[in-house]
Design a protein around this ligand. Sequence first.
Ligand SMILES: [Mn+2]
Length: 314
Amino acid sequence: MAMTQPPYPSFGGDDARPCGYGEARVAVLPVAYEGTVSYGKGASRGPRAILAASAQLEMYDEELDCRIDEAGLFTLPPVTSLPPITTQPPGTPPPGEAPEAVMERIHAAILPAIRDGKLPLTLGGEHSITYGVLTALLAARGGRPFSVLQIDAHADLRPEYQGSRHSHASIMARVHELGLPFVQVGIRSLSGPERAFLRSEGLERNVFWAHRILAGPGGQWIDAAVNKLEEEVYITFDLDGLDPSIMPATGTPEPGGLDWSTALALLRRVGQRRRVIGCDITELAPIEGLHAPDFLAARLACKLIGYALRLGGE
Ligand SMILES: [Mn+2]
């Protein structure tokens, strides 16, 4: 842990247009945190893998007919965590730094960029990190709410999990407590009590189940999902929302997920019809020697930037 790691690469690497903080429209925040991940290990290595892969990508996007780095991309110093990852019996708090302290550090790391009008793009790390970004957005907006669009295999509505309120399995319960309306897409793994919670809170109408998306007529669900979003939207993209055939590098893969073009069709429409105020990509747990998932996550980041800022006149 104390061994010296090379510094984090910046998004886009050396080929990206050099951009100082002041002129950047996008602030990329790497968050190498996996305090509560329950099964697969390695989400703390996700941000570095995404940034490294981004340096290998063409910044030119053929769909948007522009360079993504035209937006001005500035990579902030990473938020890292130090907890040793050990197997914990259920019900005991995770080891190391308290998750609440990590959330506060994420909040503090991204708040200035939000106040400076930049689009925050956070690279995880486990899914719980979204909380620190959302509280920063609320702080910068004086508490004015916005919608959260979640792409995920999991409902993440457990009030707490393995003794932690800031578990990856609880992020949407925290979102609900923050008073933010949300839409869930790609869901195919949840507990009976989570389903009951969705029903009792009247939230189930905002769930777009993976099996319905895959079985339904192409794309009609997308407009229905976008229509449920407020004018301003934060996008939290847990990579396990995608099918494990294209995204095996995640801690808790579930079969039957979204494919690449379906996910992009949704994000593109959100960018066209709503104002995206921030986004994150979480739960990449890189697999040694398998680079495709890292590249997918990096390309997804490019697409999110392009759609959110309506680059290329989209
Ligand atoms: Mn998930």
